[in-house]
Write a protein that binds this ligand. Structure first.
Ligand code: ZN
Length: 493
């Protein structure tokens, strides 16, 4: 039985503003789309936090036994400077300043993005599509919206008609805004503006002669509006309605609001069942921004090459720091906070190492099953990683008492506790044990413990062919398993 049948997940849905029971559209399968980076500069630490939150969510959904198709795009065209409706493309601007081809800029920063994410131990998404790889799909959606009378063409650009859409749909429902208020609060259109109303947004923009990123279309040479790519790529790979759409809080309006409008206009139905938004990262109590200098790159934290922190911090420590806050809360990075996280992270890793060496007894003074369920309860409650970590530290306390001889643990419970500590720390939170990964014997005992666990499961399923195979093959490698009353131990000859 897959875990998701017994572990009932609840997710905070930004669309309803409530925590809702999560059941996917198709049993056993989850479709998840997350807005990826615009690859015109080194990845921001704040963006890393957003992507890390969804990496943890991806990991937990997989752990629950769902088959997850996780799509995270790369924006390599159409995103204009200042998220504006007019002006220069962020990538084209960088290419002009550095005298590079736009695709050289894209390649450079896509490589940087992947490099940083792999240092943070991210799992790769199932599909990582690019905006420029989906121009045809975007043109098809524009044609469809034009046919439905919800967009209009002016001088080779196509705009979404928000007022017309709002007659039959609700524009602003995700961000809780009303179109009347938006109209009342915006300035008059400038005389040169082609749009019917300031709320309208571009689906396709005419390329001015100097605009180097351009594609042919039924409306002349141009490029897609930024919001459109996510509608095209999410629905292409996940269907017209899918389970989860995530992104940073700052994307809720206008980006995600526009995505909803485009998909509803084209497909006639709401595209996303659960909208999830990760909150921002501040530094020393202030918004992180390159312009104010209150900014640090992930690579500068790992090397210590910066003027803000007292020392270097490893990717696992930074990951642990981020996992100590709920993904919907604002998190503040500071030297003190990272020092405290480093201590906490080390304590947790040491405890996992110590657990393997504990002497066992006949009884256990610690209810492992109910502790493990508390860990699941935390994660089932909208992925509450800080509560999960508090529970892991509860186990650390017991591990220390057992080590000091003040409490006891049986062999079986020790194995179960080891499996759970590892599962939550490494598989779900995505931490890496830096000391063990440097230590070959730590790795070996981890692998053997895993095989012991698999053998135990095989025996419970009466699959004796597999359980015997594990024992015999290990024995051939010089690793002897010994079955005792309280579980299995091993020795290396
Ligand atoms: Zn997007």
């Amino acid at each position: 039985m897959p875990l998701y049948q017994s572990q009932k997940l609840r997710i905070q849905n930004s669309l309803s503003g409530k925590k809702e029971d999560f059941t996917p559209l198709n049993e056993g399968y989850v479709g998840m789309y997350v807005c990826g980076p615009t690859v015109y500069s080194n990845v921001h630490l704040g963006n890393c936090r957003t992507f890390m939150s969804f990496d943890m969510i991806f990991r937990y959904l997989k752990h629950l036994g769902y088959k997850v198709r996780y799509v995270r795009n790369i924006t390599d065209a159409g995103h204009l400077v200042d998220d504006a409706e007019d002006g220069e493309d962020k990538i084209a601007k960088k290419a002009r300043l550095e005298k590079l081809e736009p695709m050289e800029v894209v390649q450079r920063y896509t490589v940087d993005f992947h490099n940083i994410l792999s240092q943070f131990n991210f799992l790769p998404p199932s599909i990582e599509p690019t905006a420029t790889g989906h121009i045809i799909e975007q043109i098809e959606i524009i044609k469809d919206i034009l046919d439905k009378g919800l967009a209009y063409e002016v001088n080779g650009s196509v705009y979404f008609d928000v007022a017309k859409f709002n007659e039959t749909h609700e524009y602003g429902k995700l961000s809780g805004r009303k179109l009347e208020d938006m109209i009342a609060n915006t300035r008059e259109l400038a005389a040169q503006d082609e749009k019917n109303s300031p709320q309208d947004f571009a689906l396709w923009k005419r390329a001015e002669p100097q605009h180097i990123m351009r594609w042919p279309s039924p409306w002349g040479d141009g490029f897609p509006g930024w919001h459109l790519e996510c509608t095209a790529m999410s629905t292409k790979y996940l269907g017209e309605t899918f389970d989860i759409h995530g992104g940073g809080m700052d994307l809720k309006f206008p980006h995600h609001e526009c995505e909803i409008a485009q998909a509803e206009a084209s497909y006639g139905q709401s595209p996303v069942r659960f909208w999830m938004h990760a909150n921002m990262l501040t530094m020393n109590g202030k918004k992180m921004a390159k312009s104010t200098g209150n900014n640090i790159l992930p690579g500068e934290i790992f090397t210590g090459d910066n003027d803000i922190l007292s020392k270097a911090f490893s990717p696992s420590v930074v990951r642990f720091f981020m996992m100590q806050a709920h993904y919907t809360s604002i998190l503040d990075l500071s030297n003190d906070a990272l020092l405290a996280s480093e201590k906490g992270y080390r304590k947790l890793m040491e405890s996992i190492d110590v657990l393997g060496t504990l002497n066992t007894g006949n009884t256990t003074d610690f209810d492992i099953a109910s502790w493990r369920q508390k860990c699941y309860d935390a994660m089932n409650d909208d992925f509450n990683t800080p509560i999960l970590i508090a529970n892991l530290f509860d186990a650390v306390k017991h591990i220390n008492l057992i080590k000091e001889g003040k409490e006891s643990i049986s062999e079986i419970d020790k194995a179960n506790l080891m499996t759970s500590m590892r599962t939550f720390s490494f598989e779900v939170l995505g931490l890496e044990n830096e000391s063990a990964s440097k230590n070959e014997s730590g790795k070996l005992s981890g692998v053997v413990e895993l095989l012991i666990q698999l053998r135990k499961e095989a025996r419970e399923n009466k699959d004796f062919a597999t359980s015997d195979k594990i024992r015999d093959e290990l024995s051939a490698l010089g690793i002897q398993l010994k079955d005792g009353k309280e579980g299995t131990t091993f020795s290396v000859s």
